[in-house]
Design a protein around this ligand. Structure first.
Ligand code: HEM
Length: 160
């Protein structure tokens, strides 16, 4: 099914692209909430974001396994038949370096936070570890989003 962004992207490609773009400012807001000691809002926001990203990943993976993406990228000026060293494949490999480990890291931070913080959430013995891994998880998700946007543009948006 065609997407809604007016590019060559499918519905799920566009959905994940839009979700990734929205994620980065949401992470900034979520950190700001912690700074203002609004821990409950931070918790809700991180859990909502996790559910949305989880649904997006499942839908996206199913679509990619069934239909693939290459037939939508052949009209890109960066497409090279049979090549694996062009910009499109290079950007995809870089994107996957972040996209594959990030959900595991994210799930680990979320699970530990839900298990170890008091209810309602607030500073505790778990704070130092959570701040450390939470920052790494947010950085990893941001890099997943940025590299994903570059791949999307090269494969599905660029026209020439
Ligand atoms: C994957 C999901 C999550 C990520 C990536 C994340 C990330 C972060 C980060 C980066 C900070 C430190 C902000 C800063 O000062 O720089 C933080 C603080 C905090 N988070 Fe999360 N968080 C997540 C989920 C949760 C959940 C589910 C809870 C509650 C159950 C929670 C409770 C807290 C609390 C209480 C703090 C303040 C810790 C302190 O400074 O004492 N977080 N989080």
């Amino acid at each position: 099914m065609d997407g809604f962004l007016g590019t060559r992207g499918s519905f799920m490609l566009d959905f994940v692209f839009a979700a990734m773009l929205a994620t980065v400012p949401l992470l900034v807001v979520s950190r700001y909430l912690v700074r203002r000691a609004s821990y409950q809002m931070h918790r809700r926001m991180q859990m909502a974001l996790s559910v949305i990203l989880f649904v997006a990943i499942i839908g996206f993976e199913l679509e990619m396994r069934i239909y693939g993406w290459r037939q939508r990228a052949v009209d890109s000026p960066f497409w090279m038949d049979g090549a694996m060293n062009d910009w499109i494949d290079g950007s995809l490999i870089l994107h996957l370096c972040f996209a594959i480990p990030t959900p595991f890291l994210w799930g680990f931070v979320l699970y530990q936070a839900m298990r170890k913080f008091p209810k309602p959430p607030g500073p505790s013995d778990h704070s130092a570890s959570h701040r450390f891994w939470g920052r790494i998880a947010m950085l990893a998700l941001t890099l997943t989003a940025v590299t994903g946007v570059v791949f999307y543009w090269l494969a599905f948006a660029a026209a020439g």
